[in-house]
Design a protein around this ligand. Structure first.
Ligand SMILES: Nc1ncnc2c1ncn2[C@@H]1O[C@H](COP(=O)(O)OP(=O)(O)O)[C@@H](O)[C@H]1O
Ligand SMILES: [Mg+2]
Length: 288
């Protein structure tokens, strides 16, 4: 009861902003090795939220904790209003249907066709008929920009970009509210990667999905991320837009924009400023 009342108050205070993921004081270690020492994060509904940080900074571990594949040593994680500590089997199963995950290496089953792979979550979690499952799987293939014929192919026959799309189609099979992407553009050529950028934005805009992604891809970050959390030394050092982060004074954030990446970052922030300017001009001319 108390929880419910608290939730209602928060809701009325938050108005249109709804927190869908909240991590508080999360600490994680593997033996002596401390990966997270005090992680605090809030992710809002329908935002594209990115997590960046050096290799080994604990990004994937954080994502695994959000999707119930791993428990932190301490702290709390709340997803869609449900606390993950001591979660019941029933709630865990219900939650798993409300998110889709695209792992870094796709994770499609080689012995199944693409369409069978996409339909798999529906076979596991619903009582839909084979014909209904096929129809939904085909719809998801189209939605992710794949041709229907691809459904009959095996994962080994697909290009890297098509594999990413197929695994995205599978992540979307159960029409989730949350979508987790671990390095969605890793290993793709620039054109395929740009296609993923557009797809991510489209999923958020058309279906109101909340997207949580881990990425090193600066283009993807500049093009699509609403907010970016920088993970370093076991903590979230900053959460801001890329534009905000690019002028940060925090050392670990500056480090991300220094070196070979720095020039590209500066170019991007200049480009972004031009785009915002154009957008403003465009919307003011529409008003006229
Ligand atoms: N299951 C595990 N057992 C032991 N160490 C682990 C395990 N998973 C991750 N680690 C360690 O935790 C650190 C963070 O890993 P990870 O979350 O995969 O980093 P990132 O995704 O940021 O590269 C790394 O040092 C990694 O070796
Ligand atoms: Mg990782």
């Amino acid at each position: 009861m108390q929880n419910l009342a608290h939730h209602d108050i928060e809701k009325s205070q938050a108005q249109s902003i709804e927190t869908v993921i909240e991590m508080r004081g999360v600490s994680t270690r593997f033996g002596e090795h401390v990966v997270h020492s005090d992680i605090n994060l809030k992710i809002n509904r329908a935002e594209i939220f990115a997590i960046i940080g050096g290799s080994g900074s604990g990004k994937s571990t954080l994502l695994r904790e959000m999707i119930l594949l791993q428990l932190p040593n301490s702290g709390s994680i709340n997803i869609l209003g449900i606390n993950l500590t001591d979660i019941s089997e029933k709630n865990a199963l219900a939650l798993r249907k409300r998110w889709g995950v695209m792992f870094q290496h796709g994770g499609l089953f080689g012995a199944l066709t693409v369409k069978e792979n996409v339909g798999l979550p529906l076979r596991e979690h619903t009582t839909l008929s084979d014909a209904q499952i096929d129809a939904i799987a085909e719809q998801k293939l189209i939605m992710t920009g794949l041709k229907l014929e691809v459904g009959a192919q095996y994962p080994s026959e697909l290009s890297g970009g098509m594999l990413k799309r197929a695994s995205l189609a599978r992540a979307l099979a159960l029409e989730p509210e949350l979508l987790f992407l671990d390095e969605p553009t890793a290993g793709l050529d620039p054109i395929s990667a740009a296609g993923v950028d557009e797809l991510v934005v489209q999923l958020r805009d058309q279906f109101g999905l909340t997207i949580i992604m881990i990425t090193h891809d600066l283009d993807l970050l500049w093009q699509v991320a609403d907010r970016v959390a920088v993970l370093s030394d076991g903590r979230v050092q900053a959460v801001d837009s890329m534009l905000g982060l690019s002028s940060s004074n925090i050392d670990s954030v500056k480090a991300f924009f220094d070196g070979p990446r720095g020039r590209s970052a500066r170019e991007q922030s200049a480009l972004q400023a031009i785009k915002i300017n154009d957008h403003l001009k465009d919307s003011s001319s529409k008003l006229k």
